[in-house]
Design a protein around this ligand. Sequence first.
Ligand code: DX5
Ligand code: ZN
Length: 217
Amino acid sequence: MKIAPSILSADFLNMQEDITNVEQAGAEYLHIDIMDGHFVSNLSFGPAAVQAIRPMTKMVLDCHLMVERPDEYIQQLAQAGADVIGVHVEATVHIQRTLALIRENGCKAEVVLNPGTPLNTLTELLPFIDAVLIMTVNPGFGGQKFISEMVDKVRRLAQIKKEQQLDFEIEVDGGINDATIKQCAAAGATVAVAGSFVFDGIDPRQKVELLKKLAND
Ligand code: DX5
Ligand code: ZN
C-alpha cells in the first residue's frame, strides 16, 4: 500500500520541510486537495500551488478536485505538474468527458465517490479510469472521523476489480490513522491518504513510517 500525505494539514509556512520529511520517510504520493468554496465550503490550493510544489519532490502529485466545473482546471493542473487528477462523480454530469480530458492531458484519471454515492456509478466508467478514490469522510475538511461503513464499499470495489481482472488503484481518503489504515489495507485499498494523522504532531516522518509498516504488515 502506498501512503499519500495530504498537505491540507501541513504547516503552510514550512511546506518544503514537511514535503521533504514525508518523502524521505518513504511516502510515494503527495495528496493536494483543491477546493473552490462551492463544491465544498472550504477553500484551499490551486494550480499555482501545484506548480510551486512540483520541483520540490519526485512523489506522485495526486490532485483531488473538490470543485464545480472541473474541466476548467484540468489543463492548468497538468501543465503545473499534476500526475493524478481525481474528479468527483457528483461534480459533473459529464464525468466520462472529464476523465478522457485528464488522460488527453497526460495524467492518470481518477474518479472520486462521496460516502453517499453508490459503487454502481462506476459501472460504465471502468474503461476510462486509472484509479478510484473512495471518500471515507464527507469532503471539505481535514480531521474528520472515519466512516467505518466505507470499509465494505472498498471491499466490494476490490472484488469487482478482481472479478473483472482490472488494474486500477483503490485510494481511501479521510480519517486514516494507525487503526483505520489496517482495515482499508485488508479490504483491498492500495493508496491511503492521511492528513491530520501525519502532520498534526511533531514528527511527520515517524507517522509515515508507522502507516507504511501497519499497511504492509
Ligand atoms: C478532505 C480531504 C482530505 C483531507 C484528509 O476533504 O479530501 O484529503 O486532507 O484529512 P484527514 O486525514 O485529516 O482526514
Ligand atoms: Zn483529499
